[in-house]
Design a protein around this ligand. Structure first.
Ligand code: MG
Length: 388
């Protein structure tokens, strides 16, 4: 077994997905070797990970983080800094897990694919913003893009069981399930009084704060529509959203003959992480296994587009194409950060995004420089709207 041990780089190790990836790796010391890590502000957590997994290469945000970490881990550990460091780490292992938060994860996505690696992608923002650029590097020999996002991992599993033809002509539509978040069933009136505490209290999933807020506005599902379209090369008009409060069915594929395939488990992110690491082998841990001796209730309903306009904004951005998805994602990142910093109310998050999108004028996307310029402009527009 040790001769086939695969090396893993875990970038964004201190966030929720990072910590759960370490949990999977801890169970599989014979199959995987963690060789590189990166993290944000939590330098002492990074140091503890370096020690536990005997990692020799670590990426940090800045020179001051580098100095703090160097004092904790000793001189045998190679410490790299910033985007340049991330790019270096993203081409250093057989499998790269991209769990970096937001647009900052883009260098990891592009570098891992350009180096022909397997990319386990938990950073949907980089794929959504940079879809045409990602499509280009995905053609690199050896490059494989596997989605850690539970819905897309479910669709990957369904499609893999019935491979069909390029472009999936026999697929009528992808059905992305949404828990509906903490505000499912709330009226527009009630939503005006939604607090940070309410929004951070997700009913079924345990996740980091950014995605938890995105789940409360359903922007997460809107971004996932774009993510599904980019990942599977299926037009957004063939991607639908279904609210499924139990978070057991993680998504479905409907075929032209009326058959629907679904993937089911209890909500546990370690399952999609383990799937992306282990493929083509399934790792034997039973993460999320369902106990069918207990009553299992599965219900489905349509989302409420009036109370949750984020999904509609995402479809509009997809139809505009070009840099519009990048604007949507960037504006949302700024608005969610402002909400978490108590600058705006919950009900204003999507208003800010919507106003930014009103200022977007169609701009095709050919290069990384154009994308970075568009991302920066969308953030400036969001900040100028926040100031008003
Ligand atoms: Mg998801």
């Amino acid at each position: 077994m040790s001769s086939t041990r695969r090396s893993v780089a875990l970038l964004g190790a201190t966030g929720s997905i990072g910590v759960q990836t370490l949990d999977v790796l801890r169970q599989e010391p014979e199959a995987f070797e963690l060789v590189a890590l990166s993290g944000g502000e939590q330098v002492s957590e990074l140091a503890a990970m370096v020690e536990e997994f005997h990692v020799t290469c670590v990426g940090v945000l800045s020179d001051s983080h580098r100095m703090q970490l160097a004092e904790l881990v000793g001189s045998h550990v190679d410490i790299v800094v910033g985007d340049v460091g991330l790019r270096q780490l993203a081409s250093s292992a057989d499998i790269v897990v991209n769990a970096v938060l937001g647009f900052a994860g883009l260098p990891v996505t592009l570098s891992a694919l350009a180096a022909g690696k397997r990319l386990a992608l938990a950073n949907k923002e980089s794929l959504i913003a940079a879809a045409p650029l990602v499509a280009h590097v995905r053609a690199t020999p050896g490059a494989t893009l596997l989605p850690v996002d539970s819905e897309h991992c479910a669709i990957h599993q369904c499609l893999a069981s019935s491979p069909g033809l390029a472009g999936y002509p026999d697929v009528r539509r992808l059905l992305l399930t949404a828990s509906g978040g903490p505000f499912r069933g709330w009226s527009t009136e009630q939503l005006r009084g939604a607090t940070k505490r309410d929004a951070l209290n997700h009913p079924t999933w345990n996740m980091g704060p950014k995605i938890t807020i995105d789940s409360s506005t359903l922007m997460n599902k809107g971004l996932e529509v774009l993510e599904a379209s980019a990942l599977f090369g299926i037009d957004v008009d063939r991607v639908d959203v279904v609210v499924h409060p139990q978070s057991i069915v993680h998504s479905m594929v409907e075929y032209v003959d009326g058959s629907v395939l679904a993937q089911l488990s209890r909500p546990d992110m370690r399952l999609p992480i383990a799937y992306c690491l282990g493929l083509p082998v399934r790792l034997d841990h039973g993460y999320g296994a369902i106990d069918f001796t207990q009553k299992v209730e599965l219900t489905f309903e349509a989302p409420d587009p009036m109370a949750f306009p984020a999904i509609g904004l995402a479809y509009e951005a997809a139809r505009l194409g070009g840099a519009a998805p990048a604007w949507l994602s960037a504006a949302n990142e700024v608005a969610v950060a402002a909400f978490l910093d108590d600058v705006i109310a919950w009900c204003e998050i999507i208003d800010v995004v919507s106003h930014v999108m009103d200022r977007y004028s169609p701009d095709p996307l050919h290069s990384l420089d154009e994308l970075i310029a568009n991302d920066a402009q969308a953030r400036r527009e969001a900040h100028s709207i926040l100031k008003k």
